[in-house]
Ligand binder design. Structure first.
Ligand SMILES: [Zn+2]
Length: 396
């Protein structure tokens, strides 16, 4: 711990004891985000956030008090410092269900836009991924680690991709999944493409992942790839086709198999804008319309990345707000869009300690001006952010 860290902590603690933290702490957090605190010993101030209209998953409540206590949503305001929210809207911290983390700065950008949980869908080496876990006061992450990729594919040629982990056939499935589990991957990601991993290999990988109790994520950006992903039994299918929109029949297959869709419309919009013949954003948007009409669970994900060799790089954090707007334009209601970035990803990934503002859950919260149910763009008007109960200064 550096002298500066020690001084800052001591000051926050003493200021709190002297009753001046209300004025001093936010200013300190603004100049010095909690990011630097790897030891996790930042002062966790108890706060009673009064007069907040809370998004309860369906509607905004009448103004009420929410307690932030030791990193969690508390029950009693006793001994808490009160902050008057003045009728502003309190949302659970947002969840981005598709990012590619790069370094601590990507976590800081996510946190600064109220994205307090990020689900990484391919990151290597494992030492980098694991170094981004459990960063007190910053976005909390889960990751697929190294994805299953066929030799010769686009992904296999990305800089630094570990060539020893390429999957050459179904006989490699057990080894591949065991290695990911040993490294700490939270779920298993398959790159489904034509040409790419064979159906046999996809099936074997999905079976191996399920045998370890891991969810299977499939990358599929064409109708043919979606068919393969569905056949393999992927739990979540990321992206939507840019070639031909999903049909009602295919959407019904998602629904019947309780498959979850993470359309990443932000990324599909970016790719469509490259002007590649045969690819159109309309196919992506119409696919979401079909999935929504079929009652398929849809999660908000952006594909934010800084990967060399990827021509479209949605910005971390801010692009999740754009994704919510695109989902609404593709037919989701505003409440459904908010659910797609809060309670639904929490449930789909088994993260039952977040996604809702309920006592006992992580105090991942964003306080915003306006009513996002009336206008989804209101999620951008962030006043204050708490990640695991620690306040973080909004990026803009
Ligand atoms: Zn991706």
């Amino acid at each position: 711990m550096s002298t500066t860290d020690w001084t800052r902590r001591t000051f926050v603690k003493n200021a709190a004891a002297a009753g001046v933290a209300a004025a001093a702490a936010p200013a300190l957090l603004r100049t010095r985000p909690a990011a630097a605190d790897a030891a996790g010993t930042l002062a966790l101030e108890k706060i009673a956030l009064a007069n907040a209209r809370v998004f309860d998953g369906r509607t905004l409540t009448e103004p009420r008090t929410v307690v932030i206590d030791n990193g969690r949503i508390g029950v009693s305001a006793l001994g808490a410092r009160t902050i008057d929210a003045k009728g502003a809207t309190l949302l659970p911290g947002l969840i981005d269900a598709h990012v590619h983390l790069e370094d601590v700065s990507t976590l800081e950008q996510l946190t600064g836009y109220g994205v307090t949980t990020a689900l990484d869908m391919a990151c290597w080496p494992p030492s980098l991924m694991n170094s981004l876990r459990h960063r007190t006061g910053l976005t909390d992450v889960r990751s697929a680690g190294i994805p299953a990729v066929a030799p010769g594919s686009l992904e296999s040629q990305l800089p630094g991709f570990p060539q020893s982990e390429l999957v050459t056939g179904s006989d490699q499935a057990g080894r591949f999944v065991a290695a990911r589990v040993a490294e700490g991957s939270d779920y298993i990601k398959l790159i489904v493409d034509t040409p790419g991993l064979s159906q046999d290999t996809l099936d074997a990988l999905a079976n191996a992942a399920h045998a370890y109790g891991k969810l299977v994520m499939a990358h599929a950006t064409s109708s043919a790839a979606v068919d393969e992903a569905l056949l393999a039994g992927a739990d979540m299918i990321h992206h939507v086709p840019l070639d031909i929109a999903l049909t009602g029949t295919t959407a019904a297959r998602y629904a019947a198999g309780r498959r979850v869709s993470v359309p990443t419309l932000t990324m599909m919009e970016g790719f469509a804008a490259l002007g590649i013949p045969g690819l159109s954003y309309a196919a992506a948007r119409d696919s979401v319309i079909a999935l929504h009409q079929a009652g398929v669970r849809i999660l908000a994900g952006t594909d934010s990345n800084h990967k060399q060799g990827i021509p479209v790089q949605p910005a971390f954090g801010t692009s999740l707000h754009h994704e919510l707007e695109l989902l609404v334009q593709a037919g989701l209601g505003t409440v459904e869009a908010l659910q797609a970035a809060t309670v639904l990803p929490a449930r789909s990934f088994g993260l039952y300690d977040r996604g809702v503002v309920t006592p006992g859950c992580r105090a991942d919260l964003i306080l915003i001006d306006g009513d996002p149910i009336a206008d989804i763009r209101a999620t951008r008007n962030i006043q204050r952010i708490w990640a695991g109960g620690i306040e973080y200064a909004p990026a803009a």
